[in-house]
Design a protein around this ligand. Sequence first.
Ligand code: ADP
Ligand code: ASP
Ligand code: MG
Length: 408
Amino acid sequence: MALIVQKYGGTSVGSPDRIKNVARRVAKFKAQGHDVVVVVSAMSGETNRLIALAKEVQANPDPRELDVIISTGEQVTIGLLAMALKELGQDAVSYTGAQVKILTDSAFTKARIQQIDDAPMRADLSAGKVVIVAGFQGVDAEGNITTLGRGGSDTTGVAIAAALKADECQIYTDVDGVYTTDPRVVPDARKLKTITFEEMLEMASLGSKVLQIRSVEFAGKYNVKLRVLSSFQEEGEGTLITFEEDSNMEKPVISGIAFNRDEARVNIMGVPDKPGIAYQILGPVADANIDVDMIIQNVGQDGTTDFSFTVPKNDLARTIKVLQGVQAHISAREVVGDDKICKVSIVGVGMRSHVGVAANMFRTLAEEGINIQMISTSEIKISVVVEEKYLELAVRVLHKAFGLEQAH
Ligand code: ADP
Ligand code: ASP
Ligand code: MG
């Protein structure tokens, strides 16, 4: 007998029939003698609908009130799933994040979990009940409802698994595991049996939305056995996130390709090439609480230089405004933004022991006439910024160039 935490995403609970399907799967595990805690997301599309609704009333929604609104999607699905289980004769009880309670800090819309009270859940499990917890939400020390950032139900699942020291945390979604890249973009993508935490962290942080990055961090920190599986298939091992590289396998140089459409590029042209200029540009951006990702400063010529960096697309207009505010002060010639860009990254621990990976990546893109605007690297990843219209082409040709496709 094991204690299993199962998390079901939006598509998996997207309709009453799908919720009934989840209930059958949960009841099956329970019938096998396991204790099951279930974490659910809102029905697919619901969180987007709620955000749009909020914006109709307040263009720039108050974060506390936004969390009050967007946390309601999950309150519906926990109740529905508890009912569906009861209909099957399986006792179940649903809890919101505040009821459990999942204590977070007060950073509305991106709160971090601080503590989870596991005692009530344990008591219910001992009484033979299935415990159902609303994903994505928590409560701060003052009793305010908080949410954990988009995709946050993954993190709820892993955090509960950590709090209960569960034997496994299973993330059920609409694909049957983690693939070499998003199978919706490359139909030939290959399912990975295992992927290391290190690689999964990079993939998640570089845009692969199959797992929220915080859930991967949490699982790594608290040693949670984490698996991604399909809720639409009866059988299947899914993908296990592991600490060790699989030494039996011929490890490919690259494990996966991630991409991100959510960034925009900012260029500040003709700034004086002197000490302190990067700080004078990025200081005000940081003060405005805008996250900066890739940064490039060109080699100066004639005493001036160009400076570029990327920010979330949503923050582009605000970034430009901040920079226009300091433009005269820093004597910049021009500030321009471009939101028609994307970031494509190759990820793999195999990169550590291979040379020529970057050259192969750049050659592959050059052969397709894809211009690289920015580059950044770490030990196990190389990211490039290219024009957004080339995203799918770039991912496809790189996938092929690094031999990631399925064996036919
Ligand atoms: P859920 O609602 O279940 O949380 P998400 O939409 O958040 O589901 O995540 C699953 C989706 O992640 C898949 O449908 C797929 O399109 C996308 N995805 C992106 N990169 C990958 C990858 N490398 N492997 C598998 N799925 C990926
Ligand atoms: N419902 C939330 C969202 O759409 C949380 C989640 O699905 O994980 O972001
Ligand atoms: Mg998700």
